[in-house]
Structure formats: structure tokens, C-alpha cells
Design a protein around this ligand. Structure first.
Ligand code: NAD
Length: 192
């Protein structure tokens, strides 16, 4: 990654991928090289929308054909482990959407491959970068809360149950806890 431009691919080009793509687009040192989705039509459409030159329906093909420095894994939750492991083994750094995996075993396997390959694996825990988390962290560091021995946290999705794959346990791995709970558990356990 010492080159001038970082070559990035996107795996899964549904809703959240637009946030990734639009953020990458703002970075002058990032080149969006490839878009991949099992929904080939969607992949074509998103690639055209953002001027991404290479389009794939299978990420293994993508890894064979284009040289990438990093990928965003934005598939349903059940795709996170296989896509991440394939990327890491192909020598590609990964920003994987949350939740990292469907369960702890899968997550550990991902971390093991990241360590074995020496590639980066980051989880899309965006809330830790939010102003509220940053503020809380700053007052914790100033000692204003003393020694913290207990944390209680809760979360409500203002838009309700999104349905679709979120309600299909095979693809989501669970309900609100794995979807929203991971954000706040992560913030409570490991504030930035
Ligand atoms: N960080 C956040 O705050 C945040 C917010 C929203 C969603 N997410 C996460 O992002 C992920 C995607 O959510 P979404 O709402 O964009 O879903 P979505 O259904 O809109 O998009 C997912 C896309 O992945 C594609 N896909 C599925 N399996 C694939 C595979 N094996 N290879 C290639 N493409 C594949 C689907 O065809 C679909 O186009 C979920 O894990 C979700 O938890 C994170």
C-alpha cells in the first residue's frame, strides 16, 4: 500500500455500499477499481453510476483478474466470513461491515487468517467515530466518570424492522442484537 493510489473493490453493492463508495470517492488517493455482487444487474448498475470499471458476480473471479489493495465487504452477514477470508488469502486488506460474522467461530477464523496473512481486517463499527462516542471517551479519559465497572446500553431503530434479509436468520444470523447490539456492545467494551 505504499503506491500513490490505493486500489479498492466493493463486494456487495446494496444499500450500505453507497456510503463506502461515496466516502472512497472523496479520497484522492483511492481508486475504485471493481464492484462485485451476486446480483449481476445491480453490480452493473452501481458500477455505471460511479464509474467503476470492472464488474463481477463472483469475488473469486475478481481477485483472480484485478489487483486490489483493499475491499469493502458489504454483503449480507452470512457473506462476511467467506468473502473476507477469500480476500485476505488473495492478499487484499479488508474493511468488513458489522457484524463481523454470524458467530464467534467464524469471526475467529477471519481473525486467524488476517494474522496468518499479515493483511488488515477492520470492522465497520462506525459509531465509535461518532461525536457522542468521542465525547464520552473524552470525559472518561479526563477521569470524570471515575473507575467504570458497569455499563448499561440500549438502542432503538427509528425506522422499525427493515424486513428482507434482516429477518432471515440464515442471512442475518440473528435479530436486533446482532444487527444493532453489536455497535453498542462494541462501544461499551472497547471505547476508542
Ligand atoms: N455500519 C453500519 O452502520 C451499517 C449500516 C447498514 C448496514 N450495515 C451492514 O452492511 C451489510 C449489508 O447491508 P445492506 O443493508 O447494504 O444490505 P443489502 O441487501 O442492501 O445489500 C447487500 C448486497 O450484498 C449482495 N450479496 C450477498 N451475498 C453476496 C456475495 N456472496 N457476494 C457478493 N454480493 C453478495 C446482495 O446481492 C446485495 O446486493 C450488512 O452486514 C449490514 O449489517 C452496516
Amino acid at each position: 500500500m505504499s503506491k500513490e493510489r490505493v486500489r479498492v473493490g466493493i463486494i456487495g453493492v446494496g444499500s450500505i455500499s453507497h456510503a463506502h463508495i461515496q466516502a472512497y470517492k472523496q479520497l484522492p488517493n483511492v481508486e475504485l477499481v471493481a464492484a462485485c455482487d451476486i446480483n449481476a444487474q445491480r453490480a452493473e448498475k452501481v458500477a455505471k453510476q460511479y464509474g467503476i470499471p470492472h464488474v463481477y458476480a463472483d469475488y473469486n473471479e475478481m481477485f483472480k483478474e484485478v489487483e486490489l489493495d483493499g475491499v469493502s465487504v458489504c454483503t449480507w452477514n452470512n457473506g462476511h466470513a467467506p468473502a473476507t477470508i477469500a480476500a485476505l488469502k488473495a492478499g487484499v486488506n479488508v474493511l468488513c461491515e458489522k457484524p463481523l460474522a454470524l458467530n464467534a467461530q467464524e469471526a475467529q477464523a477471519m481473525v486467524d487468517v488476517a494474522e496468518a496473512t499479515g493483511k488488515l481486517l477492520m470492522v465497520g463499527f462506525v459509531r465509535r467515530f461518532g461525536e457522542n462516542a468521542q465525547f464520552l471517551k473524552s470525559i472518561i479519559e479526563q477521569g470524570e466518570l471515575g473507575k467504570i465497572y458497569y455499563a448499561k446500553t440500549g438502542c432503538i431503530r427509528r425506522c422499525g424492522n427493515p424486513g428482507g434479509w434482516f429477518s432471515d436468520k440464515k442471512r442475518s444470523g440473528g435479530g436486533p442484537l446482532i444487527d444493532l447490539g453489536v455497535h453498542i456492545i462494541e462501544s461499551a467494551l472497547d471505547p476508542m
